[in-house]
Write a protein that binds this ligand. Structure first.
Ligand SMILES: C[S@@+](CC[C@H](N)C(=O)[O-])C[C@H]1O[C@@H](n2cnc3c(N)ncnc32)[C@H](O)[C@@H]1O
Length: 234
């Protein structure tokens, strides 16, 4: 009887350990607690490719990387509104190579702002161009550029759903327009991630989200890096 119990315990231990090994293959063992992104090899490579082309800090890019990977297992495309020089767009395209990644921007700077709620100015971020971003992203077959003012620039994309959308547009009206266009196109469990939530230079981001969510059941999940996520309910 005793030896039978020993055998059962041994095999249970083996099964548990083999599961742990499988899990460890997905994450490094000695994860740096304060800067875990330093130990994730794939992310380090992505960051080295994009760092000259993004305003988004490493910790925030790591959040984009993780949540896009997670939501990318669902059906639907990926999108980003607010591409600028293409940094976070490339991060999305390379992190989810089997997904079409729609990238929306004027590629000529910020549109008209409302000085009452916005602190950035019209034409900020105009030191980029469609041509330059095209060249930067030429290695990503799954990235599709949509130049122009969003959401007009999205009218021509085929009707479909999104599983992950990164919104990095800085001003009240653009965030509101994104929410109104994107929200109904999200799959259940899909994630819309906003940059600059609560950021002093972009007060319109928080305001637009608060207004939009008043009549909806989702609530904003805020990270310590001034990002905010909505997970679309069923
Ligand atoms: C802070 S930048 C984006 C930064 C980028 N994600 C990165 O990796 O560095 C904000 C961008 O939003 C774009 N933008 C804001 N509102 C827009 C709108 N309604 N339509 C198209 N582009 C918009 C601006 O042109 C600008 O390039």
């Amino acid at each position: 009887m005793k030896s039978a119990i020993k055998v059962i315990i041994k095999s249970a231990y083996k099964i548990a350990n083999s599961n742990i090994e499988g899990f460890r293959n997905r994450l490094p063992i000695n994860l740096n607690q304060s800067e875990p992104w330093n130990d994730v090899e794939e992310f380090r490579i992505r960051m080295s490719e994009i760092k000259q082309h993004t305003l988004v800090t490493e910790d925030r890019c790591f959040n984009i990387y993780q949540y896009a990977k997670y939501a990318g297992s669902k059906k639907g495309d990926i999108a980003e509104v607010g591409v600028y020089r293409g940094g976070t767009g490339m991060l999305l395209a390379k992190t989810c190579p089997s997904k079409t990644v729609h990238l929306f921007d004027t590629f000529s700077g910020m549109p008209q702002v409302d000085p009452v709620v916005d602190r950035v100015r019209e034409k900020d971020f105009s030191d980029t161009s469609l041509e330059a971003v095209k060249i930067f992203l030429s290695c990503c077959d799954n990235a599709v550029l949509h130049p122009g003012l969003f959401p007009n620039s999205a009218r021509t994309i085929p009707d479909g759903l999104f599983c992950f959308v990164h919104v990095d547009v800085d001003i009240f009206k653009s965030v509101k327009d994104c929410l109104e266009f994107i929200y109904d196109k999200m799959v259940a469990g899909g994630i819309i991630m906003f940059d600059d939530y609560g950021w002093r230079s972009c007060p319109g981001v928080k305001l637009a989200l608060e207004e939009f969510l008043i009549e909806r059941e989702e609530f904003p999940i805020i990270t310590s890096q001034s990002q905010c996520m909505i997970i679309k309910s069923d």
